[in-house]
Write a protein that binds this ligand. Sequence first.
Ligand code: MLT
Length: 411
Amino acid sequence: MATINTNFLKLKAGYLFPEIARRVKAYSDAHPGAAPRIIRCGIGDVTEALPQAVVEAMHEGVDEMACRNTFKGYGPEQGYEFLRQAIVDHQFADLGIAADEVFVSDGSKCDTGNILDIFGKGNVIAITDPVYPVYVDTNVMAGNTGEADANGAYGGLLYLPCTAANGFVAEVPHQRADLIYLCFPNNPTGAVATRAQLEAWVAYARANDSIILFDAAYEAFVRDPAVPRSIFEIEGARECAIEFRSFSKNGGFTGVRCAYVVIPKSLTGSDGQGGRVSLHQLWSRRHSTKFNGASYPVQKAAAAVFSPEGKAQVAALVEHYMGNAKLLREAVAAVGLPVFGGVNAPYVWVGCPAGLSSWDMFDKMLQEAQVVITPGSGFGSAGEGYFRISAFNSRANVEEVCRRLTALVSA
Ligand code: MLT
């Protein structure tokens, strides 16, 4: 008899975004006349075409694969040297990261989930609330939690509430945590952490022998030069942090798939018997066993993000999406709803009109304005009473969303 991983049975309903898609489909099927009006600002999926430099590099990669002399079979599991070096030179200059501390992959969602393979059972896991649901669900799947309570909070996780009162940046807890998930710029709230706040986290992690899992997938959207883009800007982070980065949101790779993890060689974990083990070595072993590398044309395309043309084109894309975020923030503020984020992040986090829950607001926006947003409670119980608007869209759509939101809330 083949038994199953019963941890999956603890998972609440569906993963948030498929659940939203299901509700949108149900509405569209029931209202075919309204369906063409629907504007999707739910999932944070990019909408604009790939940068031209990326497209050209990908074409070149494909052409090389089409010729016997330049064809490539399996590549290095950890990524081609040309990409790992470009990442270090352009993203981590002066931060003491070496090319062989970078592991190229096919996405940060996979990386943040897969990283649990190298950690043991019984770790105290700290998760912010609200949070990107992948961190929670992958811990449930891995058996690191108990059952969910009526609010959807899982036993065994240490939840760190992020509220308007703390600027949606979790404070270091009084208890010890072994693994801590931090995401800045934050998904879903759009909050950023100051240098002093990250220093406090690094000091906490070092004092408690914990590891920070730092998701920096949205670093390209940081505009304030005082805001750190990498945890490795903080002294001591090499001894306590792993960083996740992606080409999805800056280079528009959500449909192309390329990301990377930075694991310093100086980072170790306990073997539970007094010994220390290199996490870099464990991840390298894991990666080589379970992954055969991102495809060559994709890695060529990713490296083009760092060419002079690529940089300028990515900057224009970021500028476009952040222009959208500004419009959304202004429209929300003008109708008197509390608004957060959207300044150093492509997500605008909004307080629901009085008396409406997050899912009430989702339904109202869908049914009365044909706009898809993400209900804050889908990111955790502390997200109740909020909703997230993604700035990833065309300018025309965002202007239309602003008009419809204004009409809906002012009515
Ligand atoms: C989101 O909308 O939160 C993100 O697009 C999800 C993701 O990047 O996987």
